[in-house]
Design a protein around this ligand. Structure first.
Ligand code: AMP
Length: 120
């Protein structure tokens, strides 16, 4: 698999400070911010700061420090948003996964009882 990262994607622009975001948490390797079109009371996106287009790209090519920093950001988002009753972490990937923004992100969705994982 060849991964080709497009640095004109909207999350790359957020990371460069070219467009605003509502930051929930940030560390050296990851940024978490509110989704602009929330689908649940809690809907936060966690993204790595490095140029990775998808979960599998990040899993294969990111360093241990990047993996660690990303997962610590996920933990902080869960703590800050208080999703103790549960949540769903989703990483839509490429065409079959219906990924709209080609910069790796994990949706953290919670704050209410969610529906079943797949509807079709
Ligand atoms: P996906 O379909 O998994 O790639 O999800 C992309 C997500 O990015 C969607 O839930 C959008 O609502 C969200 N999104 C798009 N633009 C922005 C933005 N400028 N700030 C925050 N979230 C955004």
């Amino acid at each position: 698999m060849e991964y080709v990262y497009d640095d004109q994607n909207i999350f790359a622009k957020i990371l460069r400070g070219e467009i605003p975001n509502r930051t929930v948490f940030e560390n050296d390797h990851a940024l978490a911010f509110e989704d602009i079109a929330p689908q649940a009371p809690v809907h936060v996106l966690v993204i790595p700061k490095g140029p990775y287009m998808s979960l599998d790209h990040f899993a294969r090519d990111a360093s241990a420090d990047e993996h660690h920093g990303f997962m610590k950001a996920v933990a902080e988002v869960c703590r800050i948003t208080g999703v103790d009753e549960g949540f769903r972490g989703i990483s839509n990937t490429r065409v079959h996964g219906i990924q709209d923004v080609p910069h790796y992100h994990m949706h953290i969705l919670g704050g209410r009882q969610l529906g079943r994982m797949l509807s079709d």
